[in-house]
Every structure is written in structure tokens, then in C-alpha cells.
Design a protein around this ligand. Structure first.
Ligand code: AKG
Length: 292
């Protein structure tokens, strides 16, 4: 498998070395590659180090998250502690956004901010159903929030204080995945999509695109042979490093690590530099019909 990781130098969140390379970086990103910045570190203040503790997370929530409107959820602690943690996440959000602006300035008017998350739990000890288990290769798809092809762009940074890497597996390109799993997908039924919406299982009507993305997600995670034998590479992201990918397109699995910050941004597929590289365009080519 050709390398799916593009390693880049630079330790400044707002400025990438060699602006001329920008077009090449966007092509790689829109091709589903991971842009990896080994020296791009998110610094915690000394007073913030107390948040490097899994006990800051409310066990009822999977992650701690800061909504775009500033509301923090999933955290335990006093009001003052929570305000300080929210400020930490907001600072990471600002840096993640400046990185994306430096990387792809043409996205800026069209980006929609999604929550910022803090993941303080040890990956190896998480007990989950197979469908929720991110240790299996998958592309991201939201069961309750249909997105009609809108992109899921994510910035991740490893803030582990003991130098523990976050270890990912990264799989083959999206088109290869679509060609294997679309023929195995359950057929789309508009009446089911309507029922899911009426029952409030989904926040809006699930399009055929959203149905297929969930089928790819579940098809990949549910296939043990695929998990073990598909083309893939293991990539440790060291403490103090940052990486960026379109997680609805990049096949990924997290195998180890603890303490990571993540920012999600959404972009309409039509606003990509090359909309033809989007999962929506690829799935429409593979199925031969419009999906939204
Ligand atoms: C996901 O959020 O889709 C993941 O696979 C988790 C990645 C990570 O926690 O490193």
C-alpha cells in the first residue's frame, strides 16, 4: 500500500513552512491521507496539568467536549475547574482552526465549527461494543446526525505527559473501501429513513449517502478478516505531535494511547478544492446514482 501518511515539519500552528507546498498538502488531505506534524505541540500551562487525569471525565460520558457555543459537557469538578478546562479546550480550538486556515485558506468562509473534545481515557482498557470500538478500522459516520455528504475534518493532538504515543492503524483509500463494501450494503429504504426520523432516532431524514456511510462503518468494523488482512500501516503519533485528516474518508483505528485533544470542522463537499475526491462523489460514482 502506498504511504497514507504525509509527514511535515514545522512547529507553528499559524504558519506552515513553504506556502508553495499548500496545494500539494490539500491534494493529499482530500485524497484521505493523514497530515502528520511531529513537532507541532499543544502546550499545557502548569496549572492545567491537573486535568491530565482520567478522573476529570464523567464516567457517563465518552469524552469531555466543548460545544461551539462554549458549553462544556462530560467533565467532573468544581465550577472553577470546569471553567479552566473549558478555556484549555477553547485555546486548542483556536490553534486547530489557525492550522486549518494556514493549510487550506480557501476553506475558511465555508467551515462550520463542531465541538472540541478531550479524551483522557486509556484506549487499551476501554470496553465497548464492536460497533463503538474505534480499535477497529473504520471511516466516521454519525448514526443520529445525517450530514448529506458534509465533510468531517479533524485535528488531533497528543498531550500525553509520560511520552506515550497515540498509536493508529491507517487503512487503504476510500475508493477501495467503497468498492468492497457497497456491494455488501443493506439496501436503502426511504420508509425506514422516515420512520427513524419520526421516532427521533435521527435528527433529520437519513439520506442514502448517510445510510451507505453507516454501512461502510459497520461493514468494516464487523469484518474480522478485513480488519486483520486489509492493506494498512501502523502509525504512532508521539506525545507533542499533531495530525489532521478527513475522518469520514481516512480508514483509521486507535490502538493505544491516552490524553488527546480533537477538533472537528465541517465543510460542504462542494467547497473542497476537488469535490470529486469526496466520499459523496466516490459513492455516487460507485453506485452510479445521486445519493442526496
Ligand atoms: C474516532 O474518533 O473516530 C476514532 O477513531 C478515535 C481516534 C482516537 O481516539 O485516537
Amino acid at each position: 500500500m502506498p504511504d497514507r501518511i504525509l509527514t511535515l515539519s514545522g512547529g507553528d500552528w499559524a504558519r506552515l513552512p513553504g506556502a508553495a507546498a499548500s496545494a500539494e498538502l490539500i491534494t493529499a488531505l482530500e485524497d484521505g491521507k493523514v497530515l502528520f506534524f511531529p513537532d507541532l505541540r499543544f502546550d499545557l500551562r502548569d496549572t492545567e496539568r491537573r486535568f491530565l487525569d482520567p478522573a476529570v471525565r464523567n464516567p457517563k460520558s465518552r469524552n469531555i467536549s466543548l460545544r461551539a457555543d462554549g458549553k462544556l459537557s462530560g467533565a467532573l469538578g468544581s465550577e472553577a475547574d470546569q471553567a479552566e478546562l473549558a478555556a484549555l479546550l477553547a485555546r486548542f480550538r483556536a490553534q486547530a482552526c489557525s492550522l486549518i486556515d494556514a493549510l487550506a485558506p480557501q476553506y475558511k468562509p465555508y467551515l462550520r465549527l463542531a465541538p472540541t473534545s478531550y479524551r483522557p481515557s486509556q484506549v487499551e482498557s476501554r470496553a465497548q461494543s464492536w460497533r463503538a470500538d474505534d480499535r477497529r478500522l473504520h471511516v466516521d459516520a454519525f448514526p443520529s446526525r445525517p450530514n448529506y455528504g458534509e465533510r468531517i475534518l479533524r485535528v488531533f493532538t497528543n498531550v500525553n505527559p509520560q511520552g506515550q504515543p497515540r498509536v493508529w492503524r491507517v487503512g487503504e483509500g476510500f475508493e477501495a473501501i467503497a468498492r468492497q463494501f457497497v456491494p455488501r450494503a443493506r439496501p436503502y429504504r426511504p420508509w425506514q429513513a422516515r420512520a427513524l426520523q419520526l421516532l427521533k432516532v435521527t435528527k433529520s431524514y437519513r439520506s442514502e449517502y448517510d445510510h451507505l456511510m453507516l454501512q461502510l462503518h459497520d461493514g468494516m468494523k464487523g469484518d474480522a478478516d478485513y480488519q486483520a488482512n486489509c492493506p494498512q500501516q501502523t502509525q504512532p503519533f508521539p506525545a507533542g505531535s499533531t495530525w489532521v485528516c478527513y475522518s469520514d474518508q481516512t480508514s483509521h483505528a486507535v490502538m493505544a494511547g491516552q490524553y488527546m485533544l480533537e477538533q472537528t470542522l465541517h465543510l460542504p463537499a462542494a467547497r473542497q478544492v476537488n469535490p470529486q475526491a469526496s466520499p459523496l462523489a466516490i459513492l455516487q460514482r460507485v453506485t452510479g446514482r445521486p445519493l442526496v
